[in-house]
Write a protein that binds this ligand. Structure first.
Ligand SMILES: NC(=O)c1ccc[n+]([C@@H]2O[C@H](COP(=O)([O-])OP(=O)(O)OC[C@H]3O[C@@H](n4cnc5c(N)ncnc54)[C@H](OP(=O)(O)O)[C@@H]3O)[C@@H](O)[C@H]2O)c1
Length: 319
């Protein structure tokens, strides 16, 4: 059985632990927190065998991989440590915040013979595969509107004068890094890296983007991405082709997919039932890549991560 440790003790780590256990292929060895009290409670609540407040000590354990969900700006330093300890890393999105970091991580991982994997739960679900395949039905794509607009409970804290990490530039927070990266990675996965990219952020008082619009220009079409942590959306996302339109209810998770045929004016539902905890699918794929040493799938995912971080850098330079 594959064993793992975790970094970060918020709800997303608990969700991953639950998802990983649901694959039936892993055992949680240990968890790390900067605080002893949190470490004890988190280990006990999540059935970890051991807990640590010293990351270097935890990395001396003989585990197979580490799930990493600290604030975005902290990922790089922790990932380097994990890779040097010869463990695979599953790192939450966005894995890195510059192409330079991506290169350092990628080269070190190769040298140490381990895999690094960026957590993109929306890109590994069965409904994403259906959605991707359904694009063959709509002819030449001409435009798309993809969005992740969700009011954050942490915005209330921000408005009360605090600065949660997710609204902090120092921690590489903000709408684009936190939510925009979901539709952005989807666009890159579907269409590759755009020829041009512009980001129009809506800045909060501390300079972080509370929301924003990202415009990706491809040779024959334009993808518009909206992201926000300070409002809610009620409309779906759409991809428009010359022969039809594909609509998805949400970027992550996709539960409803509708194909509209322009000629017949008919609509068909394509979505399948899938697990509510969609992190199970990405956990399963990561474990498969490790077990089968699937270099091809690994290189595909890493190249996508590289293109996404290139886009994030382009967006910030223009923002
Ligand atoms: N896939 C998804 O659906 C999803 C959802 C939410 C978040 N995420 C990603 O998960 C990551 C964590 O997000 P989050 O909202 O959970 O972040 P967060 O609450 O700001 O921090 C997560 C954990 O990191 C540790 N931490 C906090 N500040 C730190 C610092 N300055 N240095 C080192 N460790 C620190 C804390 O654990 P201790 O205090 O116990 O050390 C905390 O529980 C981000 O990359 C985010 O994008 C993914």
């Amino acid at each position: 059985m594959i064993t793992f440790s975790t970094i970060g003790t918020s709800w997303i780590t608990e969700s991953f632990i639950q998802a990983a256990k649901q694959t039936g292929k892993v055992r949680l060895s240990s968890i790390y927190s900067r605080s002893e009290e949190t470490a004890r409670g988190f280990a006990s609540n999540n059935g970890a065998e051991r807990w640590y407040t010293d990351l270097d000590e935890m990395l001396k354990e003989d585990t197979d991989f580490v799930y990493l969900a600290s604030p975005n700006s902290v990922h790089f330093e922790q990932m380097i440590k994990v890779i040097k300890s010869k463990k695979h890393v599953f790192c939450e999105k966005p894995m890195v915040i510059s192409e330079e970091q991506w290169r350092a991580v990628s080269e070190l991982a190769k040298q140490e013979g381990v895999f690094v994997f960026e957590g993109y739960r929306h890109l590994y679900s069965p409904n994403y595969t259906v959605f991707k395949e359904s694009l063959a039905n709509i002819g030449q794509v001409r435009s798309a509107i993809l969005h992740y607009i969700q009011y954050s409970s942490r915005y209330d804290a921000f408005k009360a004068g605090k600065e949660p990490n997710v609204f902090s530039k120092e921690f590489a927070g903000g709408a684009l890094m936190d939510l925009g990266v979901y539709p952005l990675s989807m666009a890159v996965d579907l269409f590759g890296k755009p020829n041009r990219l512009e980001y129009f952020p809506v800045l909060l008082d501390n300079g972080a983007d509370g929301s924003g619009t990202l415009v990706l220009t491809y040779k024959d079409f334009v993808v518009t991405i909206l992201c926000s942590k300070i409002a809610d959306a009620t409309i779906p996302s759409e991809i428009h082709g010359e022969n039809g339109t594909i609509t998805i209810d949400h970027i992550a998770p996709i539960t409803k997919i509708t194909h509209y045929n322009r000629e017949t004016k008919q609509q068909h539902e394509l979505g399948k039932e899938q697990l509510e905890l969609d992190m199970v699918y990405e956990a399963d794929e990561f474990i498969r890549i490790i077990m089968e040493r699937d270099i091809h799938a690994y290189q595909y995912a890493m190249e996508r991560s590289r293109q996404v971080v290139q886009c994030l850098e382009m967006a910030q330079n223009k923002g």
